[in-house]
Ligand binder design. Structure first.
Ligand SMILES: Nc1ncnc2c1ncn2[C@@H]1O[C@H](COP(=O)(O)OP(=O)(O)O)[C@@H](O)[C@H]1O
Ligand SMILES: [Mg+2]
Length: 153
């Protein structure tokens, strides 16, 4: 399944993320591995903005910066009793880093929700049931297009 959404502001992108979370939570429990979201799209297209809205919906108040310099940040949602992982592979997606971060272990755990910026860099490492989101700039200055695909390829 795939659908395309148009956002006209960063607030609207966060609202889309919130609505997305609602539909995801209805689908619980997950049996196979973590819920993995692969986010693609050029710089400034809204990936981090979307993830902020997404993580905020889990009752997490901590400021959600792009983990570009950290590669990974981890959050705990007390309300949903799950961990959220925010990866950003813009700078690095080396095997060594993935191993240190225990990426494999993280995406295997059905209690985790994993959000990945620049997921195209590690495409083959994502599970088959990953949800793919592609972000694009629109014609207007604050316009973004978000393509959501629930089945890979
Ligand atoms: N409709 C929109 N959706 C998301 N971000 C928007 C939108 N309109 C303007 N922006 C701005 O564009 C920038 C997007 O940056 P960011 O989310 O960090 O992108 P990325 O993580 O893809 O590099 C932010 O400064 C945000 O305020
Ligand atoms: Mg970003």
């Amino acid at each position: 399944m795939s659908f395309k959404l148009k956002s006209s502001s960063w607030q609207s992108t966060q609202k889309i993320a919130r609505l997305f979370v609602q539909t995801i939570l209805e689908k619980k429990p997950r049996s196979q591995g973590a819920l993995v979201l692969g986010l693609m799209g050029e710089l400034g297209s809204g990936k981090t903005t979307f993830i902020r809205g997404f993580i905020k919906s889990f009752g997490i108040k901590k400021r959600i910066t792009s983990p570009t310099f950290l590669i990974m940040r981890k959050f705990f949602s007390a309300s949903q009793k799950c961990y959220l992982y925010h990866f950003d592979f813009y700078r690095s997606s080396s095997r060594k880093d993935l191993k240190i971060l225990e990426f494999d272990k993280i995406i295997k755990n059905p209690q985790n929700i994993v959000l990945i910026e620049w997921a195209e860099k590690i495409k083959n490492l994502l599970p088959k049931n990953a949800i793919w989101l592609t972000f694009q700039h629109g014609k207007e200055i604050n316009q973004r297009l978000i393509l959501i695909k629930t089945k890979n390829k």
